[in-house]
Design a protein around this ligand. Structure first.
Ligand SMILES: [Zn+2]
Ligand SMILES: [Zn+2]
Length: 252
C-alpha cells in the first residue's frame, strides 16, 4: 500500500529530474564525463533539447512544423498556422490526417562511422530536420513508392501520417527557402548530415551520389570533410539503399 502511494511521487521526481536534464544544452547527463555539444547540432532550432549523452547526441522534439500547413485545419494551432494549399501541384489531394504532437527522441552517434553492413531504413522517422520535423524514407509502405502519396504533400512538402506525425519524404521547402538550397537540413539516424539539393548554386544529381545517396567532401559545417547525404529532386530523394553509417535510435 505504502509503496504504491509513493510511486507517483517518485515518478514525478524522476520527471522533474529529466526535465532539468533536458534544459541543459551542452553537456552530458549521467555519464560523469562532460562532452561539449558541437555547434553544428545547435542548428536544430526546432528541438526542445539537444545534448550529448555518452557517445550519442540526444535530440528531443515534438515534430510540429514551425511553418503553416493546410493540415493544421481544425487543430489547436489552426488560428495561427492553418494556410490553405497554395502550392503548385494540380493533383493536390489533402489526406484525412491532421497535425498532432509526437514525442520524438533521437539518439544519433556523436562520431558517426561507416557501417560494414548497411541497414535498410525503417518506415517512420529516419532522421531529424532543423525545425524538428522528422525525415521519412522514399516509401509510402513496405516497398511501395511515394507515387500517390506525393499528391498529399502540402506547399512545404510535408504531410501528417495517421497519428498526426508530420514528416518530410522530400525537400523541406520551408527550410531550403529560409536557409538556402545548399544548407545543412538535418541528420539521419546514423549521425551523418543531410544537405539541401544544391552545392555552390548547382543542383546535385543522383548520379553524383552513391547507393546511399551521399558522398564525401568538406562542407561549411565540417571543413575537414565528412560523408553527407543530399536531398535531390528525384527518387529516392533523401536516402538510397539504407544507412551509410551505423544508425542510432529513435523513440516515437
Ligand atoms: Zn508520408
Ligand atoms: Zn556534397
Amino acid at each position: 500500500m505504502y509503496a504504491s502511494r509513493l510511486k507517483p511521487i517518485l515518478r514525478f521526481g524522476i520527471l522533474l529530474l529529466s526535465l532539468a536534464a533536458c534544459s541543459k544544452s551542452d553537456d552530458t547527463g549521467t555519464g560523469g564525463t562532460t562532452t561539449t555539444l558541437p555547434d553544428v547540432y545547435k542548428k536544430i532550432y526546432g528541438a526542445s533539447a539537444v545534448y550529448v549523452e555518452g557517445t550519442m547526441v540526444v535530440i528531443k522534439c515534438d515534430g510540429v512544423p514551425d511553418h503553416k500547413s493546410p493540415y493544421f485545419q481544425g487543430t489547436a494551432w489552426a488560428a495561427t498556422k492553418y494556410e490553405a494549399y497554395n502550392g503548385t501541384n494540380p493533383l493536390w489531394n489533402q489526406n484525412p490526417n491532421r497535425i498532432a504532437t509526437t514525442n520524438l527522441t533521437f539518439k544519433i552517434p556523436l562520431n558517426p562511422v561507416k557501417s560494414a553492413t548497411s541497414q535498410a531504413t525503417p518506415l517512420g522517422s529516419i532522421g531529424v530536420s532543423l525545425n524538428g520535423v522528422p525525415f521519412y524514407n522514399q516509401y509510402a509502405g513496405p516497398s511501395q513508392p511515394l507515387t500517390n502519396e506525393i499528391n498529399s504533400f502540402d506547399q512545404y512538402n510535408g504531410h501528417p501520417q495517421q497519428m498526426g506525425g508530420y514528416h518530410y519524404h522530400v525537400e523541406p521547402l520551408y527550410l531550403t527557402a529560409q536557409k538556402g538550397k545548399s544548407a545543412l537540413m538535418g541528420f539521419l539516424l546514423d549521425g551523418f548530415p543531410v544537405y539541401g539539393p544544391q552545392e555552390n548554386g548547382v543542383n546535385v544529381g543522383n548520379n553524383q551520389l552513391d547507393a546511399y545517396h551521399g558522398h564525401n567532401h568538406a562542407t561549411a559545417d565540417f571543413p575537414n570533410g565528412i560523408y553527407h547525404y543530399h536531398i535531390t529532386g528525384q527518387d529516392p530523394y533523401i536516402n538510397g539503399s539504407g544507412f551509410y553509417g551505423v544508425p542510432g535510435t529513435v523513440s516515437q
